[in-house]
Ligand binder design. Sequence first.
Ligand code: 13P
Length: 331
Amino acid sequence: MSLQEIALQLVAPNKGILAADESTPTIGKRFAKINVENIEENRRIYRELLFTTPNMGEFISGVILYDETIRQRASGGHTFVTVLEKQGVLPGIKVDEGTEALVDSPNEVVTKGLEGLPKRLPEYVNMGAKFCKWRAVIKISADIPTEKCVQINSERLAKYAKLCQQNNLVPIVEPEVLMDGDHTIEKCFEVTKKVLLTVFAELKKAGVAFDSMILKPNMVISGSECVKQAGAKEVAELTVRCLKETVPAEVPGIAFLSGGQSEEFACETLNEINKVSAECPWQLSFSYGRALQASTLMAWGGKSENIKAGQEAFLKQAKLVSLARDGKLEA
Ligand code: 13P
């Protein structure tokens, strides 16, 4: 399959991506809420629950894995990559190595992981990965983000994306403007627009093929502490406007992160976005982590007798997000 075909498959109608690439500390935060110990075997059991959910391939086109997870096996003995392939789901891998403080601006971070990446990518290809993810994190507060933070993160995203394409992997380019803070939706629009313009300028400079990548942005949304919370329709309108002003038409698909939206709101916003997407040149899909897993984690609760209940919760939420991805969710 060509990179373009893989990208199109990832954003095929009524499907989207499951982000199951939480780092060990991050999955630890999710497990803490349900009193599950953050040990390798529990992480393996939980990922097995997700990936062996019957019929997940109806709604999920690809799964992003973490380095530990791509090396693990299901109880039946197959690698998780094989388990996903059998479900008709494309395996992907997170390749960034988290963030480090930005020099001279200690409240901001830049994503690291370029060192050694040219060696790691062929290894992931051999394990069966078809696409990759790299997440940059942009925070909003009174005097941030700085130009420097946006610029360095964009340059690194572009270097990563080029390396992926050279290794026959589709890059998911994820510049996330966090919703943490009391800023307005207008401020989020302004920062997201600036970030996306810088990212695409750097991707172009690096010679990244726009038709063989996926953009994974935040929606344009009110800060989580903002007193005036925009509703789903306003989120959709401003998100689509922001993307139209920044994203080249050759990009086959945009797969939003959920970023802390509840499962319910992440469905409503994606649904509204797809209702106003008629003139958009790209597919508008999802690459959700928390908004696909919150109810599953609760239903499972770390108990072997609840595996089936967890899978039912996962399939139910995946179906709702899939309907929203096509703008077909009934109110
Ligand atoms: P959320 O949908 O929970 O934001 O996770 C998506 C993701 O992959 C963040 O990098």
